[in-house]
Design a protein around this ligand. Structure first.
Ligand SMILES: [Cu+2]
Length: 165
């Protein structure tokens, strides 16, 4: 990330700082309205990386302790896990209503676990979990019966259907 632009340092640095400030102001202005923009998450990613790693670790240990949780592992660019049926075109996970599903990223790549299909979030997505790095986790509790498509916004080929009974 940090290169060493020594000879031309002053001017580019101040320009970069100014651009950063503008980005921050723009991000703050939009912040309340919903999904984070690409620039916002890019700017925040390095700062948030350590925080989210800590947060997800504590979340993961909590979820291990909770009875009835089901874990879905994102590894090899696929949704997998002991409870995931991979026999069909799209893997399925069948759980009783009220089950909390914990999504854990075990790839080095960034993934998301998003309510949606083929990389696109559902217009009324019930969850959109960023799994920014290996070890990152997040969960969603499926309260209502039905079929819920899950996808990764980074890799449209990653899909899962959660069947809630
Ligand atoms: Cu992915």
């Amino acid at each position: 990330m940090q290169t060493e632009p020594l000879p031309v340092r002053r001017l580019p640095l101040s320009l970069a700082a100014l651009a950063g400030l503008i980005l921050l102001l723009a991000a703050c202005g939009n912040g309340a309205s919903g999904t984070p923009s690409a620039s916002e998450s890019a700017a925040a990613s390095s700062a948030a990386a350590s925080d989210s790693a800590e947060a997800s670790e504590s979340e993961a240990s909590e979820s291990e302790a909770a009875e009835g949780d089901v874990t879905v592992t994102l590894v090899g660019f696929a949704f997998t896990g002991d409870d995931v049926d991979t026999s069909g075109d799209v893997p399925t996970l069948t759980v009783p209503a009220g089950t909390r599903v914990v999504f854990v990223n075990e790839d080095a790549a960034r993934h998301t676990a998003t309510h949606g299909t083929d990389g696109a979030a559902d217009p009324a997505a019930a969850f959109d979990i960023n799994l920014g790095s290996s070890g990152a986790s997040g969960s969603f509790t499926f309260e209502e019966a039905g079929e819920f498509p899950v996808t990764c916004k980074v890799h449209p080929d990653m899909n899962l259907t959660v069947i809630v009974e």
